[in-house]
Each structure stands twice: as structure tokens, then as C-alpha cells.
Design a protein around this ligand. Structure first.
Ligand code: G
Ligand code: G
Ligand code: MN
Ligand code: NA
Length: 252
């Protein structure tokens, strides 16, 4: 309860910030997109999202918080694109946000107001969101995809029904969970599973992003498997907007 009050005040007092983690083309190292990751600066320290996203979801505060993240991130990425830098934006969705009233209209208005084209926005969802209110979640997400927005399955491979999810929802991208990527070069089973996921994604015509790349041997293995995109501390850590500014290719 105290946390709920703190969160409410944090929203009013602009204590939230967005960090962006680059997603790169593994062949060229070109930044293809940035994933927005919310940060809460409370009394000078950063509170981990794991500590406040659950309570924000339970209290419903996730809805106004997510709308702020959506509008702010669309605005910042649209500004980078205004310099002819063709990067996309990935946003993590919460289940409560998707089923909130006027969710689709809110996303549409964030795009219109920022000038970000729908095709530059990818919405990341996890399988757990299809457990409750599955029909409504699939309907809302399908409406957004109909507007040209892309959909990604985050933490792919860790849910109990990864393959069923691919059948239920029209997606454009899968993001391989770090628990698979961590084993590359060290664990034969995890390497084989990663290779199989990459192959599955490619056969389905999906963009495959490997997450949690921390060691050069993982990068090498992913390239060899034909995985074209990646994200992780080895490539780039989450960073503030000024950090992203500094990644803009020279000449733009
Ligand atoms: O940034 P970090 O790795 O600490 O994120 C921890 C968790 O918080 C991840 O599961 C990530 O998906 C989630 N997360 C980060 N930012 C957002 C956000 O803006 N909205 C939602 N719903 N989840 C987020
Ligand atoms: O669940 P999701 O994939 O949205 O989570 C993203 C989270 O993963 C962010 O909090 C980000 O800080 C974290 N992250 C990004 N790259 C790495 C990495 O290479 N290693 C680890 N351990 N965490 C990472
Ligand atoms: Mn994510
Ligand atoms: Na993930």
C-alpha cells in the first residue's frame, strides 16, 4: 500500500525515466531499434522494475505509467528518425494495459502525435498475457497489427506454450530468452535449442532477435546459426537518451 502511494506520487512528480537498449543487426552492427525500459528514480536511487511493475499492475497504475512511456518513447524515437536515422522502437506491454479501455486508440494517438510511423513500432508481449482474457488480448493486438504495428513475442521459449502462441497471434518477431543464449559455447542442449528456435523463426518468416548476449562466443555462435539480430550487454547496455544520441551514425 505504501508502495502504491509512492508510485502514484512518482507519476505526478515525474520520477520515471526511460532507458533505451539498442538492438543490432548482427552482421553489420547497425542499430535497428531501441527497446524502451522504464526506470524509477526514487530518492536518488534506481528501483528495479521487478520491484514496482507487479504492484503497478495490481493497483492499475501500470495503465497511466505505460501511457506515459508510450508517448515519451514515441516522441524521442520520432526525433531520432527526423535526422534520417531509420531506427525502430520496441515497447514492453503489460496485460492490464492491453485490456484497458481505449488501448488501441491510445497507441494510435501516440503515433499520430509523435509522427512515428506504425511500422517503426514493435510491441513485445509474453505468453502469460494469453492466459487470462486471451480472446480480448488477441483481438486488441490483431487490431494494432492491422494498423501496421509489429508484434514480438518476448522471452520466447520459456512459456508453457510457445508454439501455440505462434498459432494464436500474428507476430513478426520472436525474441529468444537469455536462458538459451547463455548456454551458447558452453552447453550442447541449450545450443541445440537456440539453433532450433532460430531455424523455426526463419522458416516462419519471422525476425529473430537473440537477447542477453554477454560473451563474444555467443555472438559468433548466433551469427553461425543465421540469427540476424541481437541485444545484450556485450552489444550495448540500456542507456539514457543522450547515450542513444551518441550512437547516431556519422553523416546523418
Ligand atoms: O530493464 P530491466 O531488464 O530491468 O527490465 C526488467 C523487466 O521489466 C523486464 O521483464 C522488462 O520486460 C520489464 N519492463 C521494462 N520496462 C517496461 C515497460 O515499460 N513496461 C512493461 N510492462 N515492462 C517493462
Ligand atoms: O524481459 P525483457 O526481455 O524485456 O527484459 C529486458 C531486461 O534484460 C532489461 O532489464 C535489461 O536491462 C536486461 N538485459 C539486457 N541485456 C542483458 C544482458 O546481456 N544480460 C542480462 N543479464 N540482462 C540484460
Ligand atoms: Mn523485452
Ligand atoms: Na526477453
Amino acid at each position: 500500500l505504501e508502495l502504491a502511494a509512492d508510485l502514484q506520487r512518482a507519476l505526478l512528480e515525474n520520477q520515471f525515466a526511460i532507458e533505451y537498449q539498442p538492438v543490432v543487426d548482427l552482421a553489420t552492427s547497425r542499430v535497428t531499434a531501441v527497446e524502451a525500459l522504464v526506470r524509477w528514480w526514487k530518492d536518488g536511487a534506481s528501483v528495479p522494475p521487478e520491484q514496482f511493475l507487479g504492484p503497478a499492475e495490481d493497483t492499475g497504475l501500470i495503465v497511466p505509467l505505460s501511457e506515459w512511456i508510450l508517448r515519451e518513447a514515441c516522441r524521442e524515437v520520432a526525433a531520432w528518425r527526423a535526422s534520417s536515422w531509420e531506427i525502430g522502437l520496441s515497447l514492453n506491454l503489460s496485460a492490464r494495459q492491453i485490456t484497458a479501455p481505449r488501448f488501441v486508440e491510445t497507441v494510435e494517438s501516440a503515433l499520430t502525435e509523435s509522427g512515428l510511423p506504425p511500422s517503426a513500432l514493435t510491441l513485445e508481449v509474453i505468453e502469460e498475457m494469453l492466459v487470462e482474457d486471451a480472446e480480448e488480448v488477441v483481438t486488441r493486438l490483431s487490431e494494432l497489427r492491422g494498423l501496421g504495428i509489429r508484434l514480438a513475442i518476448d522471452d520466447f521459449g520459456t512459456g508453457y506454450a510457445s508454439l501455440a502462441f505462434l498459432r494464436q497471434l500474428p507476430v513478426d518477431m520472436i525474441k529468444i530468452d537469455p536462458s538459451f543464449v547463455s548456454g551458447l559455447g558452453r552447453d550442447e542442449t541449450l545450443s541445440l535449442l537456440t539453433r532450433t528456435i532460430v531455424r523455426l523463426g526463419r522458416d516462419l518468416g519471422l525476425i529473430v532477435v537473440a537477447e542477453g548476449i554477454e560473451r563474444p562466443e555467443q555472438l559468433e555462435a548466433l551469427r553461425e546459426m543465421g540469427c540476424t539480430r541481437g541485444q545484450g550487454y556485450l552489444v550495448a547496455r540500456p542507456m539514457g537518451p543522450r547515450g542513444v544520441d551518441s550512437l547516431m551514425p556519422a553523416g546523418l
